[in-house]
Design a protein around this ligand. Structure first.
Ligand code: TPP
Ligand code: MG
Length: 681
């Protein structure tokens, strides 16, 4: 098909939902060309950006947005809108053009002209927290696709709970790069397994990536790959609007998730750069743009979309008004408490019962202390939290009985029943973390999961994005140090706490006992705008907090858990399993007449954000500061100072029973006391 052909759209007018809303005066090709022109012009003006993908996928996006997608530009937060994920985030001008053309207030023509500039609504890659209408932040390839799996799971679960006020599709545009990334394997396997038939992926099958032809590095048959994972997979000409519409129509009734591979030409319309990597990621240049305008029969000034085309697009933006109004009526007809519960969950407000639930758990621990591993303390807390907070959906990456994330009452989610609240993610940590992000983004769900702390590395890109997007996802990461023992250094995290603490806007909790564990759970749930990690032990720990505190002491980030007998000469700061060791060291020092205080530091980040006076008070002014954590020192100087003593790890761990390992690596009360005394003298 030649670039200026414009006859296809008119052919698609069969009178179902696939019908074009555009006025008959404006055909499909002119609507698609509006996207192409805006993409070329914005990238040219910014002297930076990716014109090729929006130009290549303009036809697919036009069919989707003008005939299928359920959305209302006046209400980007409409809970039952179809979700649209641009997984190939480098093609951001595609979504900005669509938001402008369909009439979202967030993206005006002025914002299109400010593409990629500081403070604009049109940053380089789509950022959901900047631009209403953008569902998730994409750019790191593969993440958006996996987010979409989470959105589709969230939709099915909420539909199972609330009925027909939740009934929408999740659409994705994904590129070669998205499908080459390993995370896509995890995501599509999970989607296929769960038969997420309302998930529809439009694959930009252009055979080009940055280095050139895809044949340089890839020869996967994507259709067979997706089919093998339990999807329906079809190929269409990505520039044939009728074929695209027919495939999307067929997808509506699929019993499996759907991949539509859209054979497209990157940079469609550009005279010399079409089909070439050279149109991927740089401005086309004045001559090429001139030629493209000519090829596309789009002889308008830069950034100018004529009234006819704009009117047709704005009409497309109004298509779902009636459906939206009908949905509002359905919501209003729910009984009052169901509606209030739906809205509470969708707006991310916690149930009032949380505070009482946490208090009850703490009361029970005060009455009957538990000297158990914090992973078990977490399970104990979850037995009460999960019933009290029905939006919590748990899971594990095939370590359920090690992470203790599944409570007795939790039913697993399956393809035939989405009402459950536990997800067996399989051995897919990265996919799990990105899926959790998608569930949180969808709204109505607080996802939590489980794996070993050492495998936080496998989740890291998604945790980083959750932090960037300010999403509440909670990662239970157990086996949090050499304390896991015999599995050895491959499984013993050493640098992971520091690495997680390095990510802005993440709360890393390392509770020291059963009471701190439930307090940290409460903080993770209450921190609506950031992800949390709960680093928990495999080994048993004494319950140090025996008295009932109504306050959440962990909220301060650090607090004195064992007071000095007199004015402290030594402050020992410790986290998690090392707090009990520090308390034993305190006793040894006391026996030598050295008053010592122990400060538990369950959360560095909360300590760092505490008011200066409170922070200073808890750090104190003892002559010697000692930090104890079975991990590397990095990050500790902010608490103990660069001249503080640190007792922890400098190497990888080893395989042995954990008590021997603590001795071997010198993380013992004796070593701590000696180090403090040496520094004092
Ligand atoms: C995880 C990740 N690695 C690398 C990149 C840099 N990058 C951006 S687009 C791209 C590949 C481009 O090929 P494709 O995905 O097919 O997009 P197209 O050029 O067809 O638009 C790469 C490597 C990235 N964005 N994310
Ligand atoms: Mg490509």
């Amino acid at each position: 098909m030649s670039p200026n052909a414009s006859s296809t759209a008119a052919a698609v007018s069969s009178g179902h939902r696939g019908q074009a809303a555009a006025s008959s005066a404006v055909d499909h090709a002119r609507m698609a060309n509006a996207i192409r022109a805006l993409a070329m012009d914005a990238v040219e003006q910014a002297k930076s950006g990716h014109p090729g993908m929006p130009m290549g996928m303009a036809d697919v996006a036009t069919v989707l947005f003008s005939r299928f997608l359920k959305f209302d530009p006046a209400d980007p937060a409409w809970p039952d809108r179809d979700r649209f994920v641009l997984s190939a985030g480098h093609g951001s001008m595609l979504i900005y053009a669509l938001l402008y053309l369909t009439g979202y207030a967030s993206v005006t023509l002025e914002e299109i002209k400010r593409f990629r500039q500081l403070g604009s609504k049109t940053p380089g890659h789509p950022e959901n927290f900047i631009t209403p209408g953008v569902e998730t932040t994409t750019g790191p390839l593969g993440q958006g696709l996996a987010n979409a799996v989470g959105m589709a799971i969230a939709e099915r679960h909420l539909a199972a709970v609330f009925g027909d006020v939740v009934n929408h599709k999740t659409y994705v545009i994904a590129s070669d790069g998205d499908l080459m990334e390993g995370i896509s394997h995890e995501a599509i396997a999970l989607a296929g397994h769960l038969k997420l038939n309302k998930l529809i992926v439009l694959f930009d099958d252009n055979g080009i990536s940055i280095d050139g032809a895809l044949s340089l590095s890839d020869s996967v048959d994507q259709l067979k790959r997706f089919e093998a994972a339990g999807w329906n997979a079809w190929r269409v000409d990505g520039h044939d609007a009728a074929a695209i519409a027919a495939a999307l129509e067929k997808a509506q009734a699929s019993d499996k998730p759907v991949l539509i591979a859209c054979k497209s030409q990157i940079g469609f319309g550009a005279p010399t750069k079409v089909g070439k990597a050279s149109s991927h990621g740089s401005p086309l240049g004045a001559d090429e743009i001139k030629g493209a305008r000519n090829n596309l029969a789009w002889e308008h000034e830069p950034f100018h979309v004529p009234d006819d085309e704009l009117t047709a697009w704005r009409a497309a933006g109004q298509r779902s008004k009636q459906v939206h109004a009908d949905w509002k009526r359905r919501l209003a007809s729910l009984d009052g408490s169901t509606r209030a519960e739906f809205e509470r969950r969708m707006f991310g407000r916690l149930p009032k019962a949380l505070g009482d639930t946490v208090r009850a758990v703490k009361k029970s621990l005060a009455a009957t202390p538990k000297d158990i591993a914090t992973r078990s303390s977490s399970e104990f807390a979850l037995e009460s939290l999960v019933p009290a907070v029905p939006e919590m959906i748990g899971g594990s990456a095939d370590l359920t009985s090690s992470n203790n994330t599944r409570t007795k009452s939790m039913k697993a989610i399956s393809a035939s029943d989405f009402s459950g609240r536990f997800i067996h993610y399989g051995v897919r940590e990265h996919g799990m973390a990105a899926t959790m992000n998608g569930m949180a983004l969808h709204g109505g769900i607080i996802p939590y999961s489980g794996t070993f702390l050492v495998f936080s590395d496998y989740c890291r890109p998604s945790i980083r994005l959750a932090a960037l997007m300010s999403e509440r996802v909670i990662h239970v990461m157990t086996h949090d140090s050499i304390g896991l023992g015999e599995d050895g250094p491959t499984h013993q995290p050493v640098e992971h706490l520091a690495a997680l603490r390095a990510i802005p806007n993440v709360l890393v909790f390392r509770p020291c006992d059963a009471v701190e564990t439930v307090e940290c759970w409460q903080l993770a749930l209450e921190n609506k705008d950031r992800p949390s990690i709960l680093a928990l032990t495999r080994q048993n720990l004494p319950q140090l907090r025996r008295a009932l505190d109504t306050d959440n002491r962990c909220a301060a980030g650090a607090y004195e858990i064992a007071l000095a007998n007199g004015e402290a000469q030594v402050s020992i700061f410790a986290t998690g399993s090392e707090v009990a060791i520090a308390v034993d060291a305190q006793k040894l020092l006391a026996a030598k007449s050295v008053p010592t205080r122990v400060v538990s530091v369950p959360c560095f980040e909360l300590l760092a954000q505490a008011p200066e006076a409170a922070r200073r008070a808890v750090i104190g002014s003892a002559k010697v500061n000692v930090g104890v954590e079975a991990a590397i020192r990095q990050g500790w100087d902010a608490i103990i100072g660069s001249d503080g003593v640190f007792v922890g790890m400098t190497t990888f761990g080893a395989s042995a029973p954990y008590k021997e390992l603590y001795k071997h690596f010198g993380i013992t009360p004796d070593v701590i006391a000696e180090a403090a005394l040496k520094k004092l003298s």
